[in-house]
Every structure is written in structure tokens, then in C-alpha cells.
Design a protein around this ligand. Structure first.
Ligand code: SF4
Length: 380
């Protein structure tokens, strides 16, 4: 099982309750961004380009708890920035666990090993470690040589200490499906509970605009990666979302499914776009013109988007939307190995793209200096 039974049960009963209430726009996972500063400077990131005074700002534990109570989701993901740089992160996580929220703390794991003692293992807490592929690919993606080895050391330490550890992998153009499959093998070998994989999104603020995937290329890539699955692989994404990535299902985006709360408030309309902010979750749901978003809307910002934060909730909604959805999901979980000769051929014939030299956007030293400088100003 990719998640504990208690978590699957909590999510299933939550979704069914929303459906029984006739609530059309319900949130599934709160994306809680308590800060934007980070100790990496990845080429594909749209968060760390804020000016210094924004990077120094952070949500208080009370801000976080209020947002969680307000939107009422059973799961909370904590991206950023790097959450482990927030001085009150242990208090925030403990408060969410006390509220019986299933927490996925998204981290690049550079600080995981040294900060592990500040957290307590719980079925409600999972470290979701960002690893974009095998060593060379990950280091290239995060623009830091040695980043992979540090992250995996953090993963091993957290697994050994009894924590739930999952991974999230973002794929960009040039990803080699054979290498991604080998990466999955490596992650399962070190004992991660389950893996999440998603195409990246073209952030207009990201320094690297060349390496984002279009929809057709995404489907081809994911078909070759996720077909002919190995028995050992476990994923923590909706099976229907994964079929969507493989081009086997059509889904429309559910931008309200993973609402984002940060120092600016509730982000309109989704985790990726910033068309203003609302003061409350209710205001977000009621004031956004939702028909302006999603691939079908014709909005160019949504044209190529297939990301997890937009479509995971769509997959879950599909599952619980009908008996057919439930049966298809059960089949996907228990029986379907997605055998596909065409996908095997794609794998065998795939020519790895030359990724070019590693670009060290921020050296480890300068990133660390920037971080400690920001921490110093914010009184950490
Ligand atoms: S399609 Fe992507 S960018 Fe557009 S609203 Fe959905 S999640 Fe956001």
C-alpha cells in the first residue's frame, strides 16, 4: 500500500462527505508555503526570485493553523522555499499532527539529517524529499553538484529513524525515461514509502525557460516511464492522475483542489499562477473566474500544464465520481501493470539528450551565505 490504510480511509471519507454535501469545489490538499527562501537556486524554480524582503518573511505557526482550519483539508503539503529553514517548522508540524492532518513536508533534504531530531515520527508526518532523478540528473536540475548525495543521505537517515519518507520528482525536457526508471529502483531500494512524479511547469520567472515539456512530449515520456511497471514500485499519486500523464485518461484541471496559502494570502487561482490573492479561502472560491483556467479555457498559461497540483485532485474526483471510477481505480491499483510493447520500444529506442555542463547558478557557499544572511536578518 502506497499510503497507510488510515490515511486512505480519511481521504476517502472526506471526499465522499463533500460529494454527499453536494459541494462542487472542495479542496483536497492545502499547499502551505510558510516561506519562499531556499538554500538551493534551481533553474526551474519560480519561487526564489522574490526580492530579499519577501524572502525574509515567513508565516507564523498561528497563521498556518488558521489556514488549515479555514480550508479543512485532510492533507497539508508544506512546500516553499525550503521549509527546514523556517525556525518554527518543528512547532508548525507538531501543531498540524496534533490536529490529525496528514502532513507532507517537501524538502530538498540538504538539512534533513541535521534537523531530524527536531521532529517525531508519526503516521501523520511524511518527509517528501525532492529528488529529480539519478545523481547527475538531479544535480543538474537543482544546479548543485553533490545535492543528490546529500539528499539521499537525508533520506536514509530519516528512514532509519522511523519516519515516513516519500519522494517527489519533477521531470523536464531532456529527461531520460530509462534513467528515471533506474531512479525509481534506487528510491525503492533505500526504503522510501512511495514516490510522486510530475512534469514541471513553465514558470515565467524561472531562469531556465528552455527545458519545459509540452503536453504531447509529456505523454510520450510518461507512457515510456510508467508502462511495464515493476512490482517493487509504489507511487503516492492517484492512479487516475498517472493514467492522465500516460495519455490514457482525459482530465480537466481542478485548480481549487490544492489551494495555496502563503505570506501573501490565498493565491489565485492555483499553486502555479499568481492572478492576485484572496483574504480567505471562501473568497478565493467565490471570486475567481474559474472558467478562465485549465487547458480547455484557451488560457495560454494553462496550455501545456499537466502538473500534479492541478490534476491530482481531478484524478481523485474521477475515482469517487462514479462506480466506474471506483472500479477503474481498483483495477489500476491491484491488477494493472500497464504492459505496453509500444512503450517498451520507445524505451529501447530513446536517445538520451545531451544536457550540457552543470550550471551552478548559486554556489553552495553563496547559497549558504545568502541563507544565513537572511536568517540573521529575520532573527533566527
Ligand atoms: S492548468 Fe495548470 S496553470 Fe492552469 S489553472 Fe490548472 S494547475 Fe494552474
Amino acid at each position: 500500500m502506497a499510503v497507510p490504510v488510515s490515511q486512505a480511509w480519511t481521504v476517502a471519507t472526506y471526499v465522499l462527505k463533500q460529494k454527499l454535501k453536494g459541494r462542487k469545489k472542495y479542496p483536497l490538499v492545502l499547499m502551505l508555503e510558510p516561506l519562499f527562501r531556499c538554500n538551493l537556486a534551481c533553474a526551474g524554480c519560480g519561487k526564489i526570485q522574490y526580492p530579499a524582503h519577501i524572502l525574509k518573511a515567513e508565516l507564523s505557526p498561528e497563521d498556518c493553523f488558521n489556514a488549515v482550519e479555514e480550508c479543512g483539508t485532510p492533507m497539508v503539503a508544506i512546500p516553499g522555499g525550503e521549509p527546514l529553514l523556517h525556525p518554527q517548522m518543528p512547532e508548525i508540524v507538531a501543531g498540524l499532527v496534533a490536529r490529525k492532518k496528514y502532513v507532507y513536508m517537501c524538502t530538498n533534504a540538504l538539512l534533513l539529517k541535521e534537523k531530524l531530531h527536531l521532529f517525531k515520527p508519526s503516521k501523520y508526518l511524511s518527509f517528501s524529499v525532492h529528488v529529480d532523478g539519478q545523481r547527475e540528473h538531479h544535480d543538474f536540475s537543482v544546479c548543485r553538484e553533490g545535492g543528490y548525495d546529500i539528499a539521499m543521505e537525508g533520506v536514509r537517515a530519516a528512514v532509519a529513524a522511523g519516519f515516513r519518507v516519500t519522494t517527489n520528482t519533477t521531470l523536464f525536457d531532456g529527461a531520460d525515461p530509462n534513467s528515471v526508471r533506474a531512479h525509481f529502483d534506487e528510491l525503492m531500494t533505500v526504503g522510501v514509502e512511495s514516490m510522486m512524479v510530475s512534469p514541471g511547469y513553465t514558470y515565467d520567472k524561472a531562469p531556465d525557460q528552455k527545458h519545459f515539456l509540452g503536453r504531447a512530449r509529456s505523454k510520450k515520456l510518461f507512457r515510456s516511464i510508467l508502462s511495464n511497471r515493476k512490482k517493487t514500485w509504489r507511487f503516492n499519486a492517484s492512479p487516475i492522475f498517472m493514467e492522465f500523464l500516460m495519455g490514457k485518461k482525459d482530465l480537466t484541471c481542478t485548480p481549487w483542489g490544492m489551494p495555496t496559502f502563503s505570506i501573501f494570502g490565498w493565491q489565485k487561482p492555483c499553486y502555479l499562477l499568481q492572478d492576485g490573492y484572496a483574504d480567505s479561502f471562501k473568497e478565493l472560491v467565490e471570486t475567481v473566474q474559474w472558467s478562465n483556467y485549465g487547458t480547455e479555457s484557451g488560457n495560454p498559461q494553462c496550455a501545456n500544464c499537466m502538473v500534479h497540483s492541478g490534476y491530482e485532485a481531478s484524478g481523485v474526483n474521477y475515482t469517487f465520481g462514479s462506480i466506474k471510477g471506483l472500479l477503474q481505480t481498483a483495477k489500476a491499483i491491484f491488477f494493472n501493470k500497464y504492459e505496453d510493447e509500444g512503450a517498451m520500444k520507445l524505451l529501447n529506442e530513446w536517445k538520451p539528450a545531451h544536457s550540457g555542463p552543470l550550471v551552478q547558478i548559486a554556489s553552495p557557499t553563496s547559497a549558504a551565505e545568502k541563507t544565513s544572511e537572511l536568517q540573521g536578518v529575520s532573527g533566527d
